[in-house]
Design a protein around this ligand. Structure first.
Ligand code: GLC
Length: 557
């Protein structure tokens, strides 16, 4: 330890309280693509239940399930038609109960997705709104407005949809004439709710209770930064991008916080520390921290870290700023590298490390170096899992799965692809069904061989049965990391940067109730000396006591 200087002493509030969620590792299950029990090519709840042991064996604390509710599936289930039922594609409410019960037996909590910014256009409320006409209480649950221009044929403002194209669609009134417009920040089939309406607020409090009563451990709140829009829905000349430091009139309005305070009160009525996690693309880490003030949500995804390039100084800065921002409000930071909306991190980290990330990769794009990506992906994972706070894993990352970068256009399903006239690939490449067994139909995803998105041949090499029990495999690296993380209580650590470390490393020491651990990630071209002590784990082979390029090592001191 003598060689280390202490530059930043980050106070980690996770140390002061014992709540499970402060250092939990939570595994995201994307139901369409996890496991398919009925063989129709789309994953389902019984499939998940049958494979939960894999998740428990990894050593995580909880699962988060992306939506499985009744939906016409215009956005893979993020367009909910009934918040209190399961879509037949995924099973039944009884299947959801069975899943929650089996998870409980395996020691896993279950977090479900809540989609409050918009409903499906097939939700009964939206149908009633269309039928009832302008000025009705039914319309007042959504954001209907008259159009601009003499005949109302121009949209009420210039907002765009996140998926591309205009953010407004004009409806035909019950009398057959062209009429009002409704706002949809996402697909045309996802009308935005009006959260100034008390009925909307009451409805979601009830939906929370519905799932809490069924035993869920909490909610991942979809588009948590979107519910409240600026008064008067003003035009917006700025970027519609979300992490660019500015507050746009459709995102991150201060009014959202009052909503989460009321939700928190409901959760606190239930035993067992139920949690709210914000999917909030807030413009800065400090504004993100507002979501996790003591009387609001518990945690929020730290997308700033996810978006940071594979550049040591940038990673150090993101980590420092994120820890400081959440510490200021007494909350832990929540790390994440992959999910169902972004290019899988092993592939992302092999892309040129400049500028904006692409939204998916097409067969005609330059193809990222798979081996380089896997090496960096493993290093990034060991860096993340050593950091204080909680962390989210996305299904398949424990196998080192790359993005599917050569999906044929005919196979694509993401509305992003269609709303950009096929010019933007969209998110299908990270949503491909998992490979469980290299030589079985659909690589073990089901017994029929049907898959809603085709799996690339390369996925056979990554299949669970090729990695389980194989020393050095990515699967075994994740298992070892999660076991050590728990034993050493790394999620409860106090992090200090090592000031005499090479600029091209991320080097810190974390003091935990379980001891002192040095962590080095080498992003430079030259190997660096490993810290003195017992090597606990590394993402690649060390060479003569040196940490090679794109490797992370954990050392007990
Ligand atoms: C969130 C989800 C994404 C979905 C969008 C609209 O960003 O993660 O998958 O398309 O919200 O609900």
């Amino acid at each position: 330890m003598a060689q280390h200087g202490w530059v930043t002493q980050t106070q980690n509030p996770a140390r002061t309280a014992d709540a499970w969620w402060r250092d939990a590792v939570i595994y995201q299950i994307y139901p369409r693509s996890f496991a398919d029990a009925d063989g129709d090519g789309v994953g389902d709840l019984p499939g998940i239940t049958s494979r939960l042991r894999h998740v428990a064996d990894l050593g995580v604390d909880a699962v988060w399930l992306s939506p499985f509710y009744t939906s016409p599936m215009a956005d893979a289930g993020y367009d909910v038609a009934d918040y209190r039922d399961v879509d037949p594609l995924f099973g039944t409410l009884a299947d959801a109960d069975a899943l929650i019960a089996e998870a409980g037996r395996l020691g896993l909590r279950v977090i479900v997705d809540l989609v409050p910014n918009h409903t499906s256009d097939e939700h009964v409320w939206f149908r009633e709104a269309l039928a009832a006409g302008p000025g009705s209480p039914e319309r007042a649950r959504y954001l209907f407005r008259d159009g601009r221009g003499p005949d109302g044929s121009e949209p009420p403002n210039n907002w765009r949809s996140v998926f591309g194209g205009p953010g407004w669609t004009r409806v035909t009134e019950p009398d057959g004439r062209p009429g009002q417009w409704y706002l949809h920040l996402f697909d045309v089939k996802q009308p935005d709710l009006d959260w100034t309406n008390p009925q909307v607020r009451a409805e979601f409090l009830d939906v929370l209770r519905f799932w809490l009563d069924r035993g869920v451990a909490g909610f991942r709140v979809d588009v948590a930064h979107g519910l409240v829009k600026a008064e008067g829905l003003p035009d917006w000349a700025g970027e519609h991008g979300l992490l660019d430091g500015t507050v746009a009139p459709m995102w991150d309005q201060d009014g959202v916080h009052e909503i989460y305070r009321t939700w928190r009160q409901v959760l606190d009525e239930y035993p067992g520390e139920r949690v709210l996690v914000a999917e909030s693309w807030a413009p800065t880490p400090e504004r993100l921290a507002d979501y996790v003030r003591p009387d609001e949500m518990h945690t929020a995804f730290n997308f700033d870290f996810l978006e940071t390039h594979w550049i040591a100084a940038d990673l150090r800065e993101s980590i420092t700023r994120s820890l400081a921002a959440t510490a200021a409000v007494g909350a832990p930071t929540t790390w994440v590298l992959s999910n169902h909306d972004v290019v899988r991190h092993p592939t992302r980290l092999a892309l040129p490390q400049v500028g904006r990330r692409p939204n998916g990769i097409k067969a005609t794009d330059p193809q990222p170096d798979e081996a380089l990506g896997l090496r960096r992906g493993r290093a990034a994972t060991l860096l993340m899992l050593a950091l204080p706070g909680s962390a989210y894993l996305y299904q398949g990352e424990e196998l080192g799965l790359p993005e599917h970068t050569t999906l044929p256009d005919e196979a694509r399903q993401d509305p992003t692809f269609f709303r950009h006239n096929g010019e933007v690939a969209g998110r299908d490449g990270c949503r491909v069904p998992l490979p469980w067994a290299a030589d079985e139909p659909a690589m073990g995803f089901n017994k029929t061989g049907a898959t809603w998105l085709p799996q690339p041949e390369s996925y056979r090499r990554y299949a669970v049965d090729r990695q389980r029990g194989v020393p050095g495999s990515t699967l075994e690296m994740y298992r070892a990391a999660l076991r050590l993380r728990k034993e050493l209580r790394l999620g409860r650590g106090d992090l200090s940067w090592v000031d005499d470390a090479s600029d091209e490393t991320v080097s810190f020491v974390t003091e935990t109730p379980g001891g002192s651990v040095a962590v080095v990630t080498n992003l430079g071209r030259e190997p660096v000396k490993a810290p003195a002590g017992e090597v606990l784990l590394s993402s690649g082979e060390l060479e003569d006591g040196q940490v090679p390029t794109d490797v992370t090592v954990w050392v007990r001191q």
